[in-house]
Design a protein around this ligand. Sequence first.
Ligand code: URA
Length: 436
Amino acid sequence: MRMSDLIQKKRDGGVLDRREIRWMIEGYTAGTIPDYQMSAMCMAIFYQGMDIQETYELTMAMLDSGDRIDLSGISGVKADKHSTGGVGDKTSLLLCPMVACCGVKLAKLSGRGLGHTGGTIDKLESFPGFSTAIAEDAFIRQVNEVGFAIAGQTAQLCPADKKLYALRDVTATVASRPLIVSSILCKKLAAGADVIVLDVKTGSGAFMQREEDAFDLARTLTEVGRMAGRKVVAVVTDMDEPLGNAVGNALEVKEALAALRGEYRGDLLELCLTLGTQILREGGVASDDASAREMLERTISSGAALERFAAFVRAQGGDASAVYDPSLLPQAPVTAEAPAPAGGYVGRIHAEDVGLVSMHLGGGRAAKDDDIDLAVGVVLKKKVGDAVAAGESLGTVHARTEEAARRGADMLRACFEIVPEKVTRSPFIKGVVRGE
Ligand code: URA
């Protein structure tokens, strides 16, 4: 087989078969197919697409490029959740304890990640002593005992995806449906859960800016998941503004804790209730949406989810005092308000730009070994649709220095569009897609 022939076949709209896809992924992972040929293939796929069978074969070939996690030692239904990315996304911190209290286990692998804030692991390191470097047997034991665990990835999962994603990032081929589907699903399949719930973002800050593209992506994800023998549900959600109000590591933990105490009702909680409902239904512990929601709401009103979160922090070596007293979390020494330049209504908040404020303050990473400041970030006081008076604060910047705070506040102000007329927010949850 020759890679140039496969590139030509895809360039001209042909369909690659299982043997060709496997040969290509094995060769690329082993280094016998060079980046320049794989780049050309990614661009051909970007323009010509792949049918559902090709997308499935690509996913499975990428899955088989590395290890799989064996979750057979965990009793009951195992679920996993993935988001296609969002500014202020602290969903796992809230969703995992809620779902675990309802009897579905979550064995999550998480990353540090590049971007506006750290990944879930960085956020959790706001608790002194907390560690995600857990041996596999301790990980399994914890999931059985506490109901969930979040570990850093140690096994070599999907090395093909690691290489391919880095290549796509620099060849303008990230936003391709078959490439996104295979990339997300190979990792989720390798992580071993029976039920996989995906939060597919749409809107200005998402890969799929148009709603119909996000639904197409959701349908392909659920279909390929079904072909691979797993229950996959995708929830399409709006990403035209940050999720919740906090963007920044410890600030996001604080917001998640407020939600677990029942002191927050907004898009973040709505997302967790929607994702959790799908997990409970697919996991067979609730028969309809209404009873699933009620079970999940009860984990908060009873205090059970907060207790479960504290047990999780302790199980992973962390000091859980801050679960009950969030003032013990890392705090930035300086704060500054971002006043509205005019009165009116918040028409838009550019989510990506709010992320850049957090980056500017030191809350995110541009390169994988960069240090991260857990204390800094932004807390929005206004969301889309809210009325605002001239000079009223749009949000608070938490910074290391006066200078960073001043600049951060200017940047934050520029993220907001204030309009004179009342704004109606479009629904945050756009729809749920199940593999049929
Ligand atoms: N997330 C992934 O892991 N891969 C993609 O291609 C897009 C989002």
